[in-house]
Design a protein around this ligand. Structure first.
Ligand code: URA
Length: 434
């Protein structure tokens, strides 16, 4: 067996065997297959596709390409959640404490921001003292003692994905459902949770622009996860505008804390209730989604989820006193309002441009090595369907210097489209797959 034959076989549209897929994944992981051959096979996969069996096999090989976390020493049902990436997506910060209050054990590894999308780890690190790096022992101890932990993904888990993702990123081979499935599910399966809920975003701020493609991806990931012996469900949620109103790092933590205090975004609350209810039902904690929603609502409305969030912050070294007496994390020293150039209705918002505007404030990275400004970001005051009058504030940008403020405000205004005709508000949940 050699890579030349494997590439040729896929180029001709033939299905690869387990041996061939294992050969490819282990060769990529140990570096014995050169990048040009790996990239050629990735392109052949994009052009010819993989069937369900091949998708399962490549996911399985990638899952086992490195360390596998063993969470069996933690009592109870271990759960995990994954989002395919969005703008203003601070769901984990609200959902994880809600789930812990309902008795589930949240053992979560998260990522950093990528392109115009934000990352949970960057958001958490905006809390003074908060550490996102724990040893495997401390990871397990924290889940056992507090019911939840969120840390950065370690390089030892699914290392094949790290290499393949970097290659896909520069060879136009990201957008293949089998490759995306294997990339996401290998990382999730290596983390060892019993039940996983996937939040697949669709719309202008997501990499799956069309709901139909997002549903196909969701179904594929659920099937692969179930075949690997896990309980997996998926929610297809809208990303045609930011989730909630706040986009950035500390700014998003503020919105999450406000939501835990019962005063934040109704949309964020709704998404947390839907994602959480899928996990509660799959794990057998609630008999149906209705009962699950009332358990989760009680956790929020009683203030227990807020207390659990503060406990979680302290457990990972964060200074929870910054939130004392209804306080929030600091925002940037400079701010500027963005105003509607005409009256009418917000017809459309380019969500990826909102993400780019946030990046321009300093809240995201233009290059991998860029250092984030934790306090920078933006708050949108008007969303799709809202009426606006000429000159009215539609958003505010926050940054540490005038140049960033100016560029971000310009970009944010470009993201908005207005019409004189009323526009329908967007629906948040497109589909639930269980
Ligand atoms: N996110 C991932 O982790 N992998 C993909 O392939 C796409 C999005």
């Amino acid at each position: 067996m050699n890579m030349y034959e494997i590439i040729t076989k896929k180029k001709l549209g033939k299905a690869l065997t387990k041996e061939e897929i294992d050969y490819f994944v282990s060769g990529v992981t140990d570096g014995s297959i050169p990048d040009y051959q790996a990239a050629a096979l990735l392109m052949a996969i994009c052009m010819r596709g993989m069937n369900d069996e091949e998708t399962f096999l490549i996911t399985d090989a990638m899952t086992h390409s490195g360390e596998m976390l063993d969470l069996s020493v933690i009592e109870g049902i271990k759960v995990d959640k994954h989002s395919t990436g969005g703008v203003g997506d601070k769901t984990t910060l609200v959902l994880a404490p809600m789930l812990a209050c309902c008795g589930l054990k949240v053992a979560k590894m998260s990522g950093r921001g990528l392109g115009h999308t934000g990352g949970t780890i960057d958001k958490l690190e905006s809390i003074p003292g908060f550490t996102t790096t724990l040893s495997d022992e401390d990871f397990i101890k924290t889940v056992r003692e507090h019911g939840l932990t969120v840390v950065g993904q370690t390089a030892d888990l699914a290392p094949a994905d790290k290499k393949l993702y970097a290659l896909r990123d520069v060879t136009a081979t990201i957008d293949n459902i089998s490759l995306i499935t294997s990339s996401i599910m290998s990382k999730k399966l290596a983390c060892g949770a019993d039940a996983i809920v996937l939040d697949v975003k669709t719309g202008s701020g997501a990499f799956m622009k069309e709901p139909g493609d997002a549903i196909a991806l969701g179904k594929k990931m659920v099937d692969i996860g179930k075949r690997a012996g896990k309980k997996v469900g998926c929610v297809i949620s809208d990303m045609n505008q930011p989730l909630g109103t706040h986009v950035g790092n500390a700014i998003e933590v503020n919105e999450a804390v406000e939501t835990l205090r019962g005063r934040g975004s109704a949309e964020l609350r709704e998404l947390c209730l839907v994602l959480g209810s899928v996990l509660l039902v799959m794990s057998g904690t609630a008999p149906d989604r209705q009962e699950a929603v009332s358990m989760l609502s009680e956790a929020l409305d009683s203030g227990r989820a807020l207390d659990k969030f503060m406990e979680f912050v302290r457990a990972q070294g964060g200074d929870a006193s910054v939130f004392d007496n209804d306080a929030l994390l600091a925002t940037a020293p400079l701010s500027r309002d963005v105003c509607a150039p005409c009256g009418g209705y917000v017809k459309r918002i380019s969500c990826s441009e909102v993400g780019m505007a946030s990046l321009l404030t300093g809240a995201g990275r233009e290059k991998k090595e860029d250092v984030l400004d934790p306090a920078a970001g933006l708050i949108v005051a008007r969303k799709v369907g809202d009426p606006v009058s000429a000159g009215e504030k539609i958003a505010t940008v926050y940054a540490s210097d005038e140049d960033r403020l100016e560029r971000a405000a310009e970009k944010l205004l470009e993201a908005y489209e207005f019409s004189s005709e009323p526009a329908e508000p967007l629906k948040l949940i497109h589909e639930i797959i269980m």
